[in-house]
Design a protein around this ligand. Structure first.
Ligand code: SF4
Ligand code: SF4
Ligand code: SF4
Length: 262
């Protein structure tokens, strides 16, 4: 990816906007946690709009759109399309934006889910609901920062790549390759079920390294063989239904698209 195409010829810092869709805003909050580094980043950009911190309307012109959250309404879909039209670069942050994440668990029947919660009195504030989708299902995404929540330093690295260019490719292999580089050994040997078998690498196997099973927050790896992983987990005594249930937490949208969702 080369440097972003500026929307103006006037010399000024790249204008960045942060947009929040269906999410818990946890990724945006996590980014604010790296205060010192964030201030350095903020010195290089013009923060045009940050939904978490401002009630001002989004400006008409900007260079980079950072989008957190899944698309679950027609209004959100329009926001994403408008951001794509205006920004030279779109960055999807967090599992919700990258895979549909936890809001994606309502796929494909979000209307049925809303009715189960609200009965026939679904609040107008819910908007015009549509099947949950990641941002990339609606528009081209230039960069993705995966996981729930994002690693703020990974976000800074990606923003840097968006501003100044990078030829680094997103990893596609499953997490086990990164995990095997550690010394802890596989959690299956300790009787735990782990979704690293099918999860996209890149986080450095954070959870298994701490002795906790991966729950798939980075999304399915393009190299994943879900059937083989399910069979492997079963061979180690884990109920396939439990494996599928665990997988749905962050990957329902992909499973539905592959005909494996409910
Ligand atoms: S990815 Fe996780 S932390 Fe980030 S907005 Fe979604 S639910 Fe919240
Ligand atoms: S602990 Fe998980 S990520 Fe690590 S090797 Fe085992 S299945 Fe793979
Ligand atoms: S180990 Fe799995 S659950 Fe933990 S951060 Fe990495 S991808 Fe997410």
């Amino acid at each position: 990816m080369s440097e972003i195409e500026r929307v103006t010829d006037e010399p000024c810092a790249p204008r960045v906007v942060f947009i929040g869709l269906a999410s818990c805003f946890g990724c945006q909050i996590n980014i604010t946690n790296i205060e010192k580094h964030l201030l350095q980043v903020l010195g290089q950009i013009e923060l045009g709009y940050w939904q978490l911190t401002s009630s001002e309307p989004m400006p008409d012109a900007f260079d980079v759109a950072v989008i957190e959250g899944a698309v679950t309404t027609e209004e959100a879909a329009e926001t994403v399309r408008r951001a794509r039209e205006r920004a030279g670069c779109v960055i999807a942050i967090g599992a919700c934006a990258a895979t549909g994440g936890i809001p994606g668990m309502a796929a494909p029947d979000i209307t049925g889910c809303a009715a189960a919660v609200y009965g026939d009195a679904v609040p107008e504030a819910c908007g015009v609901l549509r099947a949950p989708a990641p941002v990339s299902a609606l528009v081209d995404v230039d960069f993705t920062v995966s996981c729930c929540p994002v690693d703020p330093f990974e976000f800074v690295r990606v923003l840097d790549a968006a501003l100044y260019g990078s030829n680094r490719l997103a990893p596609t292999s499953v997490l086990c390759g990164q995990c095997a580089q550690g010394e802890g050994g596989c959690l299956y040997k300790r009787g735990q079920m782990c979704l690293g078998l099918v999860t996209r690498s890149g986080c450095g196997a954070k959870c298994p390294t701490l002795g906790r099973a991966c729950n798939g927050c980075a999304g399915l790896s393009p190299d994943a063989n879900v059937g083989a992983a399910r069979a492997f987990a079963a061979s180690r005594g884990h109920d396939p239904a439990r494996f599928d249930e665990a997988l749905r937490m962050f990957n329902t949208v992909a499973l539905v698209a592959a005909g494996e969702g409910e």
